[in-house]
Design a protein. Structure first.
Length: 277
């Protein structure tokens, strides 16, 4: 079934049952709720593991590898987060689903390069978990281009976006970015730095907007400058959003999602209008 997620994601309703999802959760209530919701919305039968031994068995004795794992931080037999560490060490993309969360908890789990975390603190928690999984399973459809003259900055953003399962291209200057846009018509989001040697972020944004409308791609400007007017200048040049460095991981991912969600809705509306014309 198609649906709009809690944060605005649109899911068209195609089956994702080919994906193998392992759920490490010792609560019978949450395991049942998650299993039911995943079947209803995504047509996925999750593999429920109630303790550490069941997790290792499900991973190591499967006929084909897990696409994604959902894990509580603490499980019977793994009271100090060993299950989460195991999943990460096995290179299984993992979403943390936990009821215990503090600032120190956040720092420790983000250091493990998890995909996302969902806190069991609201009636929407399970639906937010479904949405997070759905995003990961479908993000490969989105092609994102990073434009930055700093190799370190490009590598950092590339790593972060690939962790979320996006397809990523990079450009070290504005001229290269414009060439990549000509060659890759499926690029839906451009994330561009402001300070670059050949074409600055404002001029690049203006040139992109001269050839591609907001219904074709979105543009997010980034900068480590303390000049608060940069955001206004990016938006005036045709950008859709602006983020200051250093990023908060969760904010960065939300901004990327929101822009791609908007683009998807615009394209969907355009297709519906074309069919009804």
């Amino acid at each position: 079934m198609s649906f709009f997620g809690v944060s605005g994601m649109y899911y068209s309703g195609e089956s994702l049952q080919q994906h193998r999802i392992v759920l490490a959760e010792d609560s019978n209530l949450f395991a049942a709720m998650v299993s039911k919701r995943f079947k209803e919305l995504l047509d996925i039968d999750v593999i429920v593991c109630k303790d550490y031994d069941e997790v290792t068995f499900a991973i190591e004795n499967a006929s084909f590898p897990a696409t994604l794992a959902i894990s509580n931080i603490n499980l019977p037999g793994a009271e100090n987060g060993e299950a989460l560490s195991y999943l990460v060490d096995m290179s299984i993309p993992t979403i943390v689903f936990t009821g215990t969360f503090q600032e120190s908890t956040r720092e420790s789990i983000l250091a493990k390069d998890i995909v996302d975390y969902i806190i069991k603190d609201s009636v929407f928690a399970v639906d937010m978990l479904v949405e997070s999984v759905c995003r990961f399973l479908t993000n490969h459809r989105h092609h994102v281009m990073i434009v930055d003259d700093s190799p370190t900055a490009r590598a950092l953003l590339t790593s972060q976006l690939k962790r979320f399962n996006f397809r990523v291209s990079t450009a070290d200057c504005g001229a290269t970015a414009l060439e990549l846009l000509k060659r890759h018509s499926d690029i839906g989001l451009v994330i561009t730095d402001y300070n670059m040697p050949d074409i600055d972020g404002f001029e690049l944004t203006r040139r992109i907007r001269g050839a591609y409308g907001p219904h074709q791609l979105r543009i997010i400007g980034v900068s480590s400058s303390t000049n608060r007017l940069l955001s206004a200048r990016f938006l005036k040049a045709g950008g859709n959003d602006f983020i200051m460095r250093p990023f908060v991981n969760e904010e960065f991912y939300c901004r990327v999602n929101q822009n791609l969600d908007t683009l998807t809705k615009i394209r969907t509306l355009g297709s519906q209008m074309a069919l009804s014309a």
